[in-house]
Design a protein around this ligand. Sequence first.
Ligand SMILES: [Zn+2]
Length: 377
Amino acid sequence: MTIRVHALEGHPHVLTPLRFTRAISGRPRLDAPDLDDRGWAMPRPPGWVESEARGPMIGITVGDTIRLRVEREDFPLNASLFVTASAGGAPQFKIAEPEGGGALPSDGVFRVEALEDNDTAQTIEIRLGSTEGPILAEAEPHVFEPLTLRVVPHLCTIHSSASGGSGKTPEVQLSRWFAEARSILRPAGIHLRLDGMTRQSYLGFNRDDLPRRPSGTFSGNEEATLVSQGYVENRCNVWFMRYMEDSKGIGVNRDNMGSEGFENPGVLIAVDGQWSATQGVEVTDAASRDQVVANDLAHEIGHFLGLSHAGQDYADDPYHQRNLMHSRNPLSEDVDAGYGPKMRGALVTLKVYPNEEGDGQAARLRDRLRQPNTAKY
Ligand SMILES: [Zn+2]
């Protein structure tokens, strides 16, 4: 086997004949996380274990087994590859499949089981020919103890009439949406736990099925009225309604609820689409509704836990389109960031690039969840 390299004098080179990718494309799945493969450098959050690896980082929750895939880049298909977990110290994870480390199947998929969140610097190694062959690619899983976010959904029926009866109750698929949102946040070691559900009815709003916000000639703030009703202390409260004005969702935390005019932090999700005074109703495409709502749910929970939007100045950059905190969903361009046409991705970043504002999203989410209830909720 020959690999030709054209080296430029005076420039350091890293050869990457193989790379790691998500095991599947399409909708988020609990056992198929996205990888933080932005560059080969490993700028980690302070205090994280550091290995010598250069490559992607992957977040895994203790007890979970996930799938990853090795992609061959200009590399012979008949060369057998093996996957090993580096040795030394109490392991954070083990290779669960293929048994004995290889050879990798033709689709390149292997499984990793997270064992313990400890201080061992451990890497995944892809080796040529045997489990003792030369290392061709490395990746660094970061194993997390799970942290739980307790969530209370509220189903909101909004009537323009003061006596009720004209608005419709939103049709929700809570277990399906929360299962997908759980898959999205799982690589940050976050578990969403549903704690009951309430039904709320609102009378005398400006329109049926949606809360108005201050815009144009309308000066009221019905979103603020909405979140003042049904609020449960020490929980992430999520109000579901049919439509919202000029948005499909918002997530507000204790730091910015004042600027929204809210007396409580929380998340608002429009399940059917959005409405604007000039355009009227824009209904979310039925085929993609579940995916859009579930992704919005995870995105707004990200805001609720203090995350900001990713890559505001680089909205069409593929890495940012893959990021859960991209500002648009669905994407306005007809692109596929790996999650289906026009779908915003679900990557929660692990690395911390200093020129990327708000980066290291997993560590930020976890820091927030470790705060006392009065700060995190
Ligand atoms: Zn947002």
